[in-house]
Design a protein around this ligand. Structure first.
Ligand code: GDP
Ligand code: MG
Length: 469
């Protein structure tokens, strides 16, 4: 690192240019990665992530160029605080990207420790870097007696702008969310505010590590974010909160197919969601058997702490073993299909490319009625419930029931045994889904499977422009 007094004395030296660029560049990189917290689209996250890496590599190169220029042009005796801190900083600036490249995969135990280390070091470099520039300016003033007011003001303005942008992101999110809440309230005009926000009264929650056994096992914890939402982190998933859901949802307002989707990167993906035990895995098996002769298929299953469903599919020869992947999502299976889908995208993309897949099947972990697939993950969403929970289930609504592209009501063979009235289920399903399609099925016995396949292939044809075989 150069002494600032020398560089300032020399006027606009190349070192000073590189120093200034590097300085700004480091903070740009920090801001870029912070923005990813607030972005939902996987594509945008990827772009921001690579911009972060690129800007940080550029920062290291500029810092190195600055150091080389400094050593060749100036007499660095490292006999003052500014120079010594600068030297230490230079070491950390190299250490940080090296740590960055050692990032463990999702789900690996050390990922959270890595994340914390990388974040702390990044923030420390920024803070100490800024402090050191102030020290340098002060040293220059002491040695030369010249005024440093302009430099101090410029630096303070820069730091203030960076801090403002850093903090403003959260506030901006807060504003956007309030607008969404107001819009949701407008939709449900008659509901009282209390009724409309059942899950949003989190502000009193203290910062408490989750006490459950599962949490202890996975190191999960929850906290109240600056935005007032309850965030949690566990099982190697990135910290996430769950969007409050204000209404049962409307079929007509479900997310449309993505116009930007490239099926060359990942084949048309069918997401199968639904509560525990309703027949998701049985449907995966039935679909594989029905489609595997004519189409290249691959399947990804989600379980919370096992690979049971993947193993079931392998045991029953649904597809060749290498085309089946089982993902352990940890305690929040809904996060893996909605907020943090990369845990599924990775294996799906890989299988898609390895086997030139026509169709991919993704089974979510069994969850509650509020869980539904993000459109980023599933091009066609099937939500499967069964009759054994009683004929009331369809009218309970929730995004899965109301907004899936297809609702399957399974195990109709058990309806007499549990006293479920299929006419009531049909009426409620049609009402809740505004007439959207549903199928009565006995997946295990092959009833209704062909109809489900027809719905899938129709959507596949429309999305990909291919004709069914
Ligand atoms: N009676 C009956 N049982 C079924 C049917 N489909 C699935 N099952 C059974 O329901 C249980 C749970 O099914 P599974 O596919 O593992 O449910 P998942 O947890 O949603 O994946 C299994 O014992 C299946 O054999 C059906 O149509 N009728
Ligand atoms: Mg299953």
């Amino acid at each position: 690192m150069a002494t600032l007094d020398q560089t300032i004395k020399e006027g606009l030296t190349p070192f000073k240019q590189s120093y200034t660029f590097r300085h700004v560049d480091v903070y740009t990189g920090v801001l870029l990665i912070r923005i990813t917290n607030n972005v939902k689209s996987t594509k945008s996250i990827k772009i921001l992530f690579y911009c972060h890496i690129a800007s940080q590599i550029v920062a290291v190169i500029l810092a190195t160029a600055g150091a080389v220029l400094s050593i060749s042009n100036f007499d660095n005796a490292f006999n003052n605080t500014h120079q010594r801190i600068g030297l230490a900083l230079y070491g950390f600036i190299w250490l940080q990207p090296l740590i960055g490249f050692l990032r463990p995969d999702r789900g690996v135990k050390f990922r959270s420790i890595w994340y914390l280390t990388h974040w702390l070091l990044g923030i420390a470099i920024c803070v100490v870097g800024i402090a050191n520039v102030y020290i340098g300016i002060h040293t220059y003033h002491e040695r030369t007696g010249r005024s440093v007011r302009l430099w101090t003001v410029l630096l303070t303005v820069e730091v203030s702008v960076m801090a403002f942008v850093y903090l403003f992101q959260d506030r901006w999110n807060h504003v956007v969310r309030q607008q969404q809440e107001a819009a949701a309230l407008g939709d449900d005009g008659e509901q009282s505010e209390e009724h409309a926000y059942p899950a949003n009264d989190h502000k009193e929650v203290a910062v408490v590590p989750d006490g459950s056994l599962g949490a202890a096992r996975t190191g999960a914890s929850s906290w109240v974010g600056e935005d007032g939402r309850v965030w949690h982190s566990h099982d190697g998933l990135a910290p996430h909160s769950h969007e409050p859901i204000y209404s049962p949802g409307d079929f007509s307002k479900r997310a449309p197919p993505l116009s930007s989707r490239s099926f060359g990167e990942r084949a048309f993906t069918v997401g199968i969601g639904g509560p525990v035990g309703t027949g998701k895995t049985a449907l995966m098996l039935a679909l594989c058997r029905f489609l595997r002769e004519k189409y290249s298929l691959a399947a990804v299953t989600n379980d919370i702490f096992t690979k049971e469903d993947g193993e079931f599919l392998i045991k029953h020869g649904a597809l060749p073993e290498e085309r089946i992947r089982a993902v352990e999502t940890g305690g929040c299976p809904h996060a893996a299909i909605r907020e943090d889908i990369s845990i599924n995208l990775g294996p799906l993309e890989e299988l898609s490319n390895l086997y030139k897949a026509d169709l991919l099947l993704c089974e979510s972990g069994g969850d509650n009625l509020a869980a539904n697939f993000s459109r980023e993950l599933a091009d066609y969403v099937i939500y499967i419930i069964d009759v054994s929970g009683g004929d009331k289930i369809p009218r309970k609504g929730g995004p899965g029931i109301t907004q899936a592209d297809l609702l399957v009501i399974n195990k109709t063979d058990l309806a007499p045994a549990v006293g479920a009235d299929l006419a009531v289920m049909e009426r409620d399903a049609l009402r809740m889904r505004e007439g959207g399609p549903f199928v009565f099925a006995q997946v295990k016995h092959g009833v209704g499977v062909e109809e489900i396949v027809n719905h899938i292939l129709q959507a596949w044809e429309m999305a990909t422009g291919n004709k069914r075989r």
